[in-house]
Design a binder for this molecule. Structure first.
Ligand code: FAD
Length: 577
């Protein structure tokens, strides 16, 4: 079947729904194509909050937020993006409130705010209350609110349609191909402008906070087409994953007063970040936890985890402000956090890197910001770069609404002056071949086995700490996995709801984004933000204060180019907290 819309958004998470809403407000015809039912998108799992300098609990300013974002990003953050973000996110939060989002409130009736990692007052003096939240279900509320608004606007939704290809001819985005899960049919979509808002790729690792569906689909599809990926070496591990499962316990728990303790009960973050302690940025806390464990100061029979202690908080704080994570600890570990500390270790969480864009969401292909006509990206799939080398907690939900809006408006304006391109159903060819190859394969490895091997090897060789020899080994492992993938088999050969086939396709995407990540890790010979090289432990601004662009080349090779960091009023300085 063939479809046509002025603007098509791929993805129905917070960024996709915001883009769709703002594009529709410009008076163009908008559709959203999503492999999930919209409210099942990962944005709905976001817990802790959305950061904005509202100043409701105490004095706050967008300049302080901007400084924190840049310092948190270890000075790789583009300062133009950070400035407009910290200004615009204030209005964006108020706008969400006006759309009906039920934020927690102060007795005065204003939106309540709590502390979060790396967010400070007066340029680093102490932690500040900046995160607006709805208990620990903030993302759920954002997603529901935005979806209701989209339905009200009459936006067309193609749910459970899995995009398998993007039509890109002569530097112009023209449309999409998608596989309909219910029927097994392939569809073509013509669009004057496309917004890619398809989320992250945490499923490349074994221990992750991410949903099963976060497999880097659109990053991989564009990477295969010659579009570079930016800063893929910067992948964030969130400190407090429930041990050993990786399910997230929000940083809001430490924002409400939670403390990390090692095997001797010591509050070890006092040694690593004397000023803001447990509320240091995630990269520092994750490393500190691993250091404690390596030095034999962990907890448990193997001393391989640390504890998140909430037992000193009033039980009503936990029940009112952190109800979901209290339930997770109880269900998965049988631990009641009001009475016992909770075992935690870092979990793969967030991609700072992704599809390179301008501040208006336009996708670019090189260090000179050459734009792909009609192609936009926003949210975790994109790299503007607001988060630099390490994202601060609560800045992703803000990113979705600020840059989702910018991308949606820019796409709609572009579409108003553009024409549909003429293409035929021939564009379905490559997707059809890929699907038939998987459905007809015999005797090869299963999707589940291959995925487990990928996730374990990425966990062992490309997680919180990195070193040349292991990364090099991982590039060889990935080559072997690509070879094996040629023969991957599925047991379900049917056409209706063939989720195994979809998982096989997604595994191919995970291999691509893992390749881009590991090569980018190997290439950057310094330590900055979330990229900690044991063989190059120092930050090296002279050679490496630049963004990486990785391009896919034939024969499983890659090449690199670079993009300047947009500097500004905050000069790169040593990073202490
Ligand atoms: C457990 C957890 C808690 C978090 N808590 C916070 C928090 O408190 N504060 C904060 O700022 N950030 C938080 N984050 C991070 C933040 O939630 C995510 O970065 C953000 O929600 C990503 O939104 P998105 O719109 O980019 O993508 P998602 O919400 O992941 O949505 C992706 C969409 O793309 C669609 N899609 C993907 N591939 C395809 C395809 N091939 N074809 C069609 N559709 C496709 C999916 O159907 C989905 O609708 C958290 C993340 C996790 C995992």
């Amino acid at each position: 079947m063939a479809h046509e819309h002025d603007v098509i958004v791929v993805g129905a998470g917070g960024s996709g729904l915001t883009s769709a809403l703002y594009a529709a407000n410009q008076g163009v015809n908008v559709a959203v194509v999503s492999k999930l039912y919209p409210t099942r998108s990962h944005t709905g799992a976001a817990q802790g909050g959305i950061g904005a300098a509202l100043g409701n609990v105490e004095e706050d300013h967008w300049e302080w937020h901007m400084f924190d974002t840049i310092k948190g990003g270890d000075y790789l953050t583009d300062q133009d993006a950070a400035e407009l973000f910290c200004k615009e996110v204030i209005d964006a939060v108020i706008e969400l409130e006006h759309m009906g989002l039920p934020f927690d409130r102060l007795p005065s009736g204003k939106i309540a705010q709590r502390r979060f990692g790396g967010h400070t007052k007066e340029f680093g003096k102490a932690a500040v209350h900046r995160a607006a939240h709805a208990a620990d279900r903030t993302g759920h509320m954002i997603l529901q609110t935005l979806y209701q608004q989209c339905v009200k606007e009459g936006i067309t939704f193609y749910n459970e349609y899995h995009v398998t290809d993007l039509i890109l001819e002569g530097g112009v985005a023209q449309g999409l191909v998608a596989y309909e899960l219910a029927s097994g049919e392939l569809h073509t979509f013509k669009a004057k402008a496309i917004v890619v808002a398809s989320g992250g790729y945490g499923r490349a690792w074994k221990t992750t906070s991410n949903a099963y569906t976060l497999t880097g689909d659109m990053q991989a599809i564009l990477y295969r087409k010659g579009i570079p990926l930016e800063d893929m070496e910067f992948y964030q591990f969130h400190p407090t994953g429930l041990f050993p499962l990786g399910i997230l316990l929000t940083e809001g728990a430490r924002g409400e007063g939670g403390i990390l303790r090692n095997g001797s009960g010591e509050r070890f973050m006092e040694r690593y970040a004397p000023t803001i302690k447990d509320l240091a940025p995630r990269d520092m806390v994750a490393r500190a936890m691993y250091m404690e464990v390596r030095e034999g100061k962990g907890v448990g029979p193997r001393k391989d985890y640390v504890l998140l202690d909430l037992t000193h908080l009033p039980p009503e704080t936990i029940h009112n402000k952190l109800p979901d994570i209290a339930e997770f600890a109880q269900i998965y570990l049988g631990v009641d956090p009001t009475k016992q500390p909770v075992p935690v270790m870092p979990t793969a969480h967030y991609a700072m890197g992704g599809i390179p864009t301008t501040v208006n969401g336009e996708v670019v292909t090189d260090g000179n910001n050459t734009v792909v006509k009609g192609l936009y990206a926003a949210g975790e799939v994109a790299c503007v770069s607001l988060h630099g080398a390490n994202r601060l907690g609560t800045n992703s939900l803000g990113d979705l609404v600020v840059f989702g809006r910018r991308a949606g408006v820019a796409a709609a304006k572009f579409a108003k002056d553009a024409e549909f391109y003429d293409f035929t159903s021939e564009v379905l060819g490559p997707s059809r071949e890929r699907i038939e190859k998987i459905l007809n394969a015999q005797g090869g490895p299963s999707v589940a086995d291959m995925r487990a091997e990928l996730q374990q090897t990425m966990q062992d060789r490309a997680s919180v700490f990195r070193v040349e020899s292991l990364l090099q080994e991982q590039t060889e492992v990935l080559k072997e996995l690509f070879d094996k993938y040629e023969k991957v088999v599925v047991q379900d050969r049917g056409t209706k709801y063939n989720t195994e086939l979809v998982e096989a396709i997604e595994l191919g995407y995970l291999l691509e984004v893992s390749e881009a990540t590991v090569h980018s890790c190997l290439n950057r010979r310094e330590s900055r933000g979330a990229h900690a090289r044991e063989d190059y432990p120092e930050r090296n601004d002279k050679e490496w204060l630049k963004h990486t662009l990785v391009y896919k080349c034939p024969n499983r090779a890659v090449k690199f180019a670079y993009k300047e960091v947009v500097l500004g009023k905050f000069e790169p300085k040593a990073r202490t907290y």
